[in-house]
Write a protein that binds this ligand. Structure first.
Ligand code: KG4
Ligand code: ZN
Length: 337
C-alpha cells in the first residue's frame, strides 16, 4: 500500500482519554472517553485520573483504529501529548505511545497540548490565515498566542495564577453547582442580568491575566449576602452568574483587543474548553463586528480536550519529519515558546 501519512494520536493530559486517526490531514476517527468519576469530588483527582486512563486507553485506541477502517500495521507514526498536564495522566499516554511505536517499528511524535488546542482550527474549514491571534482558554490554561505558522507560535501573555476555566469551576462550587461548573454558569448566565452586581477586573501588565482576585471577591460577596439572607444564592443565581461571567469575559477580551491593535491583526481565534461559553462567543462576535475582525471558533467537540487536535499537530510535524526519541519523558510543564 502506498504511503498515506497515517498517524494514530493519543491524548491523556487531564481527564479525557482520547485517540484519533488522521490520514493525509483528514480526521478519520476521534474517540473521547470522559472520566465521570471526578464529579463527586468537585474537581479532577490526579490519582484517579491516571488509573482511569489505564483502564480506557486500550479500548479507546482500538475503537479509533476500527472506526478509521485501517489495520494497526498500517499506522505510520504514533503521536502523544507530552505535556502540559497531570504527570500521572501524561505518563499513561506517553508509555502507551512508546510501546506502540516500538512494537510496530514506527516513529513517535510528541505534541504540546497547548499547540494542539490552537491547531484545532485546522480540523475544519474555514481556517484562519497567518498571522492570527488565538486566545486559548481552558480549565488549566489561559494564554494569548501569536500564531505565525502551524508550528511557529509565541505566547504573548498568560495567566499569573488561575486559569479562566478554574475561575468558572471554583465559582460554580461556591454556588453549590456540580463539577465542572463552567457550562452550568453559562446556562444560568443566559437567564440573568450581567449588570446586577459588579466584580473586579484585574489590571495586569502587558497581555497577562489574573483570575484569583475575582474568585476571592465572589467568595466575600457571597459570604456577606448569605449572612443577610440565607436564600440569597438560590434567589439570585442567574444574576450572580451573569455578572461574574461578564467580568471574566471582559478581562479576556480587553487583552485580546489590546493585542490585536498593537500587532495590527484582524484574524482572531479562540480555543479550549471555555471557548464553548456562549457569552464569550457572543461578545467576541460583537467585538469582531465593531473592529472588522474575522473570528474563528472551533466546533464544540474540538474545543474541549480531544485527540483529533493532537493528530492535526502531529500531521504537520510528520510532514517535516519532526520525530521524537524513545527516551523522551512526559513534561507536566511544557511551555509553548
Ligand atoms: O480544554 P478543556 O476541556 O480541558 C482543559 O484542558 O482544561 O477545558 C475544560 C474547562 C472547564 O473548566 C470547564 O468548566 C470549561 O472548560 N467549560 C466552560 C464551558 N464549557 C466548558 N466554561 C464556561 N462555559 C462553558 N460553556
Ligand atoms: Zn486542554
Amino acid at each position: 500500500m502506498s504511503k498515506q501519512n497515517i498517524i494514530l494520536a493519543i491524548e491523556s493530559s487531564c481527564d479525557e482519554t482520547s485517540a484519533a486517526v488522521i490520514i493525509n490531514g483528514q480526521i478519520k476517527s476521534n474517540i473521547v472517553s470522559t472520566q465521570l468519576i471526578h464529579e463527586k469530588y468537585g474537581g479532577v483527582v490526579p490519582e484517579l485520573a491516571s488509573r482511569a486512563h489505564q483502564q480506557h486507553i486500550l479500548p479507546v485506541v482500538n475503537r479509533a483504529i476500527e472506526q478509521a477502517k485501517i489495520g494497526k500495521n498500517e499506522v505510520e507514526a504514533v503521536a502523544f501529548t507530552r505535556g502540559p498536564g497531570l504527570l500521572g495522566s501524561l505518563l499513561v499516554g506517553t508509555s502507551f505511545a512508546k510501546a506502540f511505536a516500538l512494537a510496530n517499528r514506527i516513529p513517535l511524535i510528541e505534541v504540546n497540548h497547548m499547540q494542539a488546542h490552537v491547531l484545532a482550527h485546522f480540523l475544519d474549514a474555514p481556517q484562519p490565515g497567518f498571522p492570527f491571534l488565538c486566545l486559548t482558554v481552558s480549565g488549566g490554561h489561559t494564554q494569548l498566542v501569536l500564531v505565525e505558522d502551524h508550528l511557529k507560535m509565541k505566547v504573548i501573555g498568560e495567566t499569573r495564577d488561575d486559569a479562566v476555566g478554574e475561575a468558572f469551576d471554583k465559582a460554580a462550587k461556591m454556588l453549590g453547582l456540580p463539577y465542572p461548573g463552567g457550562p452550568l454558569i453559562d446556562k444560568q448566565a443566559q437567564m440573568g442580568r450581567a449588570d446586577a452586581y459588579e466584580f473586579p477586573i484585574s489590571e495586569m501588565p502587558g497581555y497577562e491575566f489574573s483570575f484569583s482576585g475575582i474568585k476571592t471577591a465572589l467568595l466575600y460577596f457571597l459570604q456577606k449576602q448569605v449572612k443577610l439572607d440565607a436564600d440569597f444564592i438560590d434567589e439570585n443565581m442567574a444574576d450572580i452568574c451573569a455578572s461574574y461571567q461578564a467580568a471574566l469575559i471582559e478581562s479576556l477580551l480587553r487583552k485580546l483587543k489590546k493585542a490585536a491593535k498593537n500587532y495590527k491583526i484582524k484574524e482572531v481565534a479562540i480555543a479550549g474548553g471555555v471557548a464553548a461559553n456562549s457569552g464569550l462567543r457572543k461578545a467576541l462576535q460583537e467585538m469582531a463586528l465593531e473592529k472588522g475582525w474575522k473570528v474563528y471558533i472551533p466546533d464544540f467537540a474540538y474545543c474541549t480536550d480531544n485527540a483529533a487536535m493532537i493528530a492535526m499537530a502531529a500531521h504537520y510535524k510528520f510532514l517535516k519529519r519532526e520525530f521524537t526519541a524513545q527516551t523522551v519523558s512526559a513534561l507536566p510543564r511544557y511551555s509553548l515558546s
